[in-house]
Design a binder for this molecule. Structure first.
Ligand code: SIN
Length: 475
């Protein structure tokens, strides 16, 4: 089996496949510390508390997703996330405990219960990815190619046979799993590591796989702004879960800080515009600084002490709900090709992801795709090796600025049409999906279509090749 990407989803898929006896090649483009999973602060959302249940977790997921969550995908997540947490513990991840020694669960926006398992306060991604990498390094069935980048998906007769790397090597595999992360670094203002450029989405698209929902891009409301060296640094929502508050230029609170993320980001954006301000302020003074050592440390390193000063924040592109269309096992529309984590789109997140569902998704779908991939027929060894392929195109600064300007928190038909002429293919795909959705829903706000159209509930913008995107119902 070939796994492309060594963040949480890729590492866990590789470990699952190896645990089933498969030989795995894990292709890692970036050092550990540059994967989006490593940067994840929140944690894994899972119904673990006595007052919680998978159904309540699903209801919260659907409410946040604004009528666009695919229920079958949400059911898979909420039922399997608790097992993902226990399995990570088996692999050596140590989640934070409360004073009585029970798993500590934090609260984030849109959750009606304390539900987020975390490690090292807000260093969850770092702790999980480090531990899984250590386990992978010890597994003799997993070969890690690092640094190595995928240049093309190898297909023959409509089936995926493996992957072609930028250095010219080819990997033939029974199943190929894309776990390449998201695309939020395509936007000029982002919380993401620089490699989150939708590489997997472009690889899959070129191989003929369907993409969907690229108009749904989540903007995180509390990314640091105006501080040299810390632009876009994320301040986890869990800090608001512990009581941090947002204030406008007059010092007034203006939004329920624990509403779903689309609502909070939009309120921040509107307030900044109304007050001609570059930011609003996050007041963390009432929280226990020791609970969030990495956030507090990073702010202090930048010369801001959150124990005495309010922190200037503004929205930044954080997560793309859309991606490579994948079913409940991560299978794409190309046989033999799977997609998991942020590179995929199962419909789980709808139009606005519920906080911390994404790390849970990585492990739930990482396992499912590995298990399903092992059922694929043996790779056909008679097919000759594919030719070398050119590297996937990276965006220019102009593309990143244009995405922020025309496919940011507020969009219009004219702005999106400008993007249709952008030099980067992913920018054009985002514009095509966003133009099709003539309504406002979740993270997708059209100022020319300010209302939600109930006729579009449960519908997804699906793009195949160069054909016009189509709106499809998913169940
Ligand atoms: C956060 O901690 O606020 C981000 C976590 C997430 O994106 O779910």
């Amino acid at each position: 089996m070939a796994v492309i990407g060594a963040g949480g989803a890729g590492l866990y898929a590789a470990l699952t496949a190896a645990g089933e006896g498969a030989s795995v090649i894990l292709v890692a483009a970036t050092p550990l510390a540059e994967t989006a999973s490593y940067w994840a602060q929140g944690g894994l959302a899972a119904a673990l508390a006595a007052d919680d249940s998978p159904d309540i977790h699903r209801d919260d997921t659907e409410t946040a997703g604004r009528g666009a969550v695919r229920r079958s995908a949400a059911n898979v997540l909420v039922r399997e996330a608790p097992h993902a947490v226990t399995d990570l513990e088996r692999l050596g991840v140590r989640f934070d405990a409360d004073r009585r020694g029970r798993m500590a669960l934090s609260l984030e926006g849109g959750h009606s219960r304390r539900r987020v398992a975390h490690a090292g306060g807000s260093a969850t991604g770092r702790r999980v990815v480090r531990q899984l990498s250590a386990v992978v390094a010890e597994d003799p069935r997993i070969t890690v190619l690092e640094p190595a980048r995928a240049a093309a998906i190898w297909t023959a007769d409509g089936r995926c046979l493996g992957v072609v790397l930028e250095d010219g090597r080819s990997i033939r595999a029974r199943a190929t799993i894309l776990a390449t992360g998201g695309a939020a670094a395509m936007w000029s203002r982002t919380t993401n590591p620089p490699g989150s450029l939708g590489i997997g989405m472009l690889l899959a698209h070129a191989a003929g796989a369907a993409l969907a929902d690229l108009e749904f891009v989540q903007f995180h409301p509390t990314a640091v702004t105006g501080i040299a060296g810390r632009e876009g640094f994320l301040i986890t929502e869990a800090i608001r879960g512990e009581g941090a508050t947002l204030h406008d230029a007059n010092g007034e609170r203006f939004v329920d800080e624990l509403a779903p993320r689309d609502e909070v980001s939009r309120a921040v954006h509107a307030k900044m515009r109304e007050q001609h301000s570059t930011h609003v302020d996050l007041d963390m003074r009432a929280i226990d600084m020791a609970s969030f050592p990495n956030v507090v440390g990073a702010l202090r390193d930048a010369g801001l002490d959150p124990a005495s000063t309010r922190i200037p924040v503004a929205p930044a592109a954080h997560y793309v709900m859309g991606g490579i269309v994948a079913d409940l096992d991560g299978a794409t529309s190309v046989p033999g090709l799977y997609a998991v984590g942020e590179s995929s789109c199962t419909g789980l997140h709808g139009a606005n992801r519920l906080a911390s569902n994404s790390l849970s998704e990585c492990f739930v779908w990482g396992r499912r795709a590995a298990v399903a991939g092992l059922q694929e027929p043996d790779a056909d060894k008679t097919v000759p090796l594919p030719p070398a392929a050119a590297p996937i195109e990276r965006p220019s600064r102009a593309t990143q600025t244009a995405l922020w300007k025309y496919a940011g928190i507020e969009r219009t038909k004219e702005g999106l049409e400008t993007l249709l002429a952008d030099e980067h293919p992913l920018a054009r795909l985002v514009a095509r999906c966003a133009l099709l959705r003539e309504e406002t829903r979740g993270s997708h706000r059209r100022s020319d279509f300010p209302d939600t159209d109930p006729a579009l509930d449960g519908r997804h913008a699906v793009v195949r090749g160069e054909r016009a995107p189509v709106s499809e119902p998913w169940i």
